[in-house]
Design a protein around this ligand. Structure first.
Ligand SMILES: [Zn+2]
Length: 139
């Protein structure tokens, strides 16, 4: 399975972790269904895997961030015509639970390409039949 996407860094205000997270890009939900990533707390390692492969769960250094909530900032549509609603609409902001201390306030502090993550000293492991394809950002 060939995957592509971006690396996001979650910064935890509680324990100071800099946790990398892979955001998979896919044409459909089907394309990324079951794919997950796990990272360390020092933005050094990131592993991509399919959830049916349990290997990575035995790695003590890597953990997966869980989505805490999607904060929907869109205003109530009540009483608004569609044009006004569209002007006011903002995409939802995702927050994650810190996998290291369970704080719920971590947000994405930085987003980069996989190549930039590696250039900064990080390592990306693809586990099982996953192959990371570098996207258009690299060409
Ligand atoms: Zn934390």
């Amino acid at each position: 399975m060939i995957v592509s996407g971006t690396v996001q860094l979650l910064s935890c205000p509680e324990c100071g972790a800099d946790h990398p997270l892979f955001r998979f890009c896919g044409d459909t939900d089907m394309a990324t269904d079951g794919l997950a990533s796990a990272g360390d707390r020092d933005r050094q390692r990131l592993a991509l895997f399919h959830t049916r492969d349990a290997e990575v769960e035995q790695d003590e250094e890597l953990r997966s961030a869980r989505l805490a909530e999607a904060i929907q900032r869109a205003p109530s549509a009540v009483g608004l015509d569609f044009q006004s609603f569209r002007t006011l609409y903002q995409p939802s902001e995702l927050t994650y639970r810190c996998p290291w201390c369970d704080a719920a306030e971590t947000t994405v502090s930085q987003e980069m390409t996989p190549a930039e993550f590696v250039d900064a000293g990080g390592r990306i492991d693809c586990i099982g039949a996953i192959e990371l394809r570098e996207g258009q950002a690299f060409s």
